[in-house]
Design a protein around this ligand. Structure first.
Ligand code: ZN
Length: 152
């Protein structure tokens, strides 16, 4: 595995719409491994492929309560409720903002074996689903934050 460089806000790659994955090749599996290692090394809850310069619809998420999710071509298929909470991003270092997100989110995706899985998350996991999937469409949480805290 290898730790990858995380692109920072201002890099045009973060603003591009990512393409779906057609085949789960060894290269894609290696990318998943590297993304997990990079996310853990950076102490993040989630990481999307465009953040490491790969314009593919892939995200990894890990929360203390729910564990690790490796999602290929994820889509939100249901959501409900609302939460207002603090949010940060590995591509926007040193800053935090408050966002309004659904409280419950169900995502449909392929896992690394190519199986379709539906995962419902609440609270932090629901927020992470929204945040990471936004990355795949070139969106950052600063675009939708209802307020940003001051720089460090
Ligand atoms: Zn992010």
């Amino acid at each position: 595995m290898a730790k990858l460089k995380i692109l920072k806000i201002g890099d045009e790659t973060l603003r591009k719409v990512c393409r779906p994955v057609d085949n789960i090749t060894p290269r894609i599996l290696r990318l998943l491994d590297d993304m997990v290692e990079t996310m853990r090394a950076a102490d993040g809850v989630g990481l999307a492929a465009p953040q490491v310069g790969v314009l593919r619809r892939i995200v990894v998420i890990e929360t203390p309560d729910e564990g690790l999710f490796e999602l290929i071509n994820p889509k939100i298929i249901a959501y409900s409720g609302e939460q207002e909470s603090e949010e940060g991003c590995l591509s926007v270092p040193g800053r935090w903002g408050v966002t309004r997100r659904p409280m419950h989110v169900t995502v449909r995706a392929l896992n690394r074996k190519g199986e379709t899985v539906d995962i419902t998350g609440s609270g932090l996991l629901a927020k992470a689903f929204c945040h990471e999937l936004d990355h795949l469409d070139g969106k950052l949480y600063v675009d939708c934050a209802i307020r940003m805290d001051n720089d460090e």
